[in-house]
Design a protein around this ligand. Structure first.
Ligand SMILES: Cc1ncc(COP(=O)(O)O)c(C=O)c1O
Length: 355
């Protein structure tokens, strides 16, 4: 066959104007010969039950998956004591954020969130021409007291994204704080409570999401199989809320958004007892997640470089607006020791205040 080289050329096709505000996502990186602690993955790997279910479905891969993810939604519903109509499954909880934007954000409508938080809230909002209003975190925590100000003077934001525990700071707001905040919002503002790290939270005053869902019909809670269940590569997350909200999200999702083996493996993982990780004795924001947000007291890039020398890749938080912070996923004990050794060297070099 004759080979034709297609040479790169600039096209004359104008892209949508919101693309001025979007760039391809940059994930946590891994330098050669380092352990990856830069993406809040589970270092213990997937459960063996999930792996077995994944393999068992290999011979069915010529079939489309169940677009309604019936068995998985039922399994999640039973696990939480809810009904399948209150559950949507997504290609990662990332997808559900985009579905929320597709279903609820009209061009020009305002979305409220923190400044230093998970980037996909901004992404989903921008994609649908919404306007993001950001509030800086205080002591690493969502500043709910200030965020309520977005609703004064006749302003009426459409959606609020709350990341709890917050990525990248690892901090959380309590049940009472979150409930009191939602109680003040208009009933036609959608609250997205992203609890990607909830299974790691051990504090007794961590929000009781079912109570919140039962009290406030305008709330969607997001969870994921990517963290405690160790299945980030599968891409399965879920949302929980009122059947009407879930129905609207189902209307805007692609027909077969979650793969066949992924649905089976996620359902199997639910039955496996989740892992809990030990944290390490260093100063950081009190975390309710599987990662630490550490103030290194020098440009984050310097810390990243030194830790790479010690064999670990961590995430600079400069792009989150935290120029002297890094985020470290809690790894295996040996990997955590590498982090501590690297931070000790950093302290020697920069006279870092915190460690
Ligand atoms: C707060 C938060 N929400 C959601 C996600 C994405 O989860 P998923 O892998 O299910 O898309 C992440 C991933 O890092 C996260 O930190």
């Amino acid at each position: 066959m004759k080979r034709i080289n297609v040479v790169a050329k600039v096209t004359a096709i104008p892209a949508r104007s919101m693309l001025d505000r979007l760039n391809p996502y940059h994930p946590g990186e891994q330098a050669p010969n380092t352990v990856k602690l830069s993406s809040n993955e589970n270092p213990l790997g997937p459960s063996t039950a999930a792996q077995a279910a994944y393999h068992a479905n290999a011979e069915l891969l010529h079939r489309y998956p169940d677009g309604a993810a019936g068995a998985l939604r039922l399994a999640i519903a039973e696990y939480h004591g809810m009904s399948p109509e209150q559950i949507i499954v997504g290609n990662g909880s990332d997808e559900i954020m985009t579905l929320i934007a597709a279903a609820y954000i009209n061009p020009g409508e305002t979305v409220v969130t923190a400044a230093e938080t998970f980037s996909q809230y901004r992404f989903a909002t921008t994609l649908y021409d919404g306007v993001v209003q950001e509030y800086p975190v205080v002591n690493g925590q969502y500043d709910l007291e200030n965020m309520i100000g977005a609703f004064t003077n006749g302003a009426h934001p459409k959606v609020v994204f709350l990341c709890n525990p917050n990525n990248p700071t690892g901090t959380f707001r309590t049940h009472d704080d979150i409930a009191a905040f939602i109680a003040q919002l208009p009933g036609d503002t959608l609250v997205v409570l992203d609890e990607a790290y909830a299974e790691y939270a051990y504090s007794p005053d961590f929000p009781r999401f079912k109570e919140i869902l039962a009290t406030y019909p305008n709330v969607i809670v997001l969870r994921t199989f990517s963290k405690i269940y160790g299945l980030a590569g599968l891409r399965v997350g879920y949302g929980m809320g009122q059947p009407e909200l879930i129905h609207n999200l189902l209307c805007v999702k692609q027909p077969f958004n979650v793969g066949l083996a992924a649905q089976a493996a996620a359902a199997a993982a639910l039955q496996d007892a989740p892992f809990r990780l030990r944290d390490i004795g260093m100063e950081y924001y009190p975390t309710q997640s599987n990662f630490l947000c550490i103030n290194v007291g020098c440009p984050a890039a310097d810390a990243v470089r030194i830790l790479e020398k010690h064999g670990v890749s961590v995430r600079s938080l400069a792009s989150f607006g935290l120029h002297e912070h890094i985020r470290v996923t809690i790894g295996r004990a040996a990997d955590n020791r590498k982090v501590i050794n690297g931070l000790r060297e950093l302290r020697g070099k920069h006279g870092v205040r915190n460690q």
